[in-house]
Write a protein that binds this ligand. Sequence first.
Ligand SMILES: Nc1ncnc2c1ncn2[C@@H]1O[C@H](COP(=O)(O)OP(=O)(O)OP(=O)(O)O)[C@@H](O)[C@H]1O
Length: 227
Amino acid sequence: MIRVENLRKRFPGAPAPTLDGVSFTLETGQLAAVLGSSGAGKSTLLRCIVGLERPDSGELHLGGQAGLVFQSFELFPHLTALGNCVLAQRLVSGRSRAEAEERARRLLGDLGLADKLDAYPERLSGGQRQRVAIARALAMEPAVLLYDEPTSALDQSLRREVAETLRRVGALGMTQLVVTHDVRLARASDVVMVLDQGRVVEQGPPARVLDAPQHEATRRLVAQEQG
Ligand SMILES: Nc1ncnc2c1ncn2[C@@H]1O[C@H](COP(=O)(O)OP(=O)(O)OP(=O)(O)O)[C@@H](O)[C@H]1O
């Protein structure tokens, strides 16, 4: 379980806070989507959770580190799928090669890449590269996995695959928070949060939030999806 309490962040010189008292709780294994218009504070929220940004106040109860899957995946081109998943474990966690490889093989297999262990990134599809990046993040055993716009680097046909991948990762017991503009991805989540001007203005199951929005910000996002 992760708990975020009353996070506040105001950048120097900014006319208003970017995070204005954000609180929420995610149960272990839950997949949460954060929606919100541009500038709502979504990336800042992720950056605070992962420790790239320091909140002015508030509390984070993660029970471990947060892992971040970058939009552009950031795989090393000269390493295979397996090599990409082994390197950080060796460098950061100090695992033996055998242990790191064993874990990497298992996670890549869990994500449907058992036959791609020796493939270099240039030989993988966008969706496969993303799954390697996710396996690499999972290998570090984060308490929560965060994604910043995971569908925006992928073309339309691969976007559906992302929801499927995130569901798989959730089934492994990983808690996940995904920032997205993609309302369809939000529909595949367990819970949707809508951020507006640094506040969570709406939160609940996707069907409730997206089909019966109670806040103007949500209505705008849903209308954009349909338009
Ligand atoms: N390092 C910074 N210094 C000053 N202002 C910042 C900084 N980072 C973000 N902001 C401001 O905070 C606000 C929210 O930014 P943030 O990137 O969190 O929004 P977002 O919801 O992720 O938007 P988008 O969907 O466009 O990525 C913006 O007005 C932005 O200009």
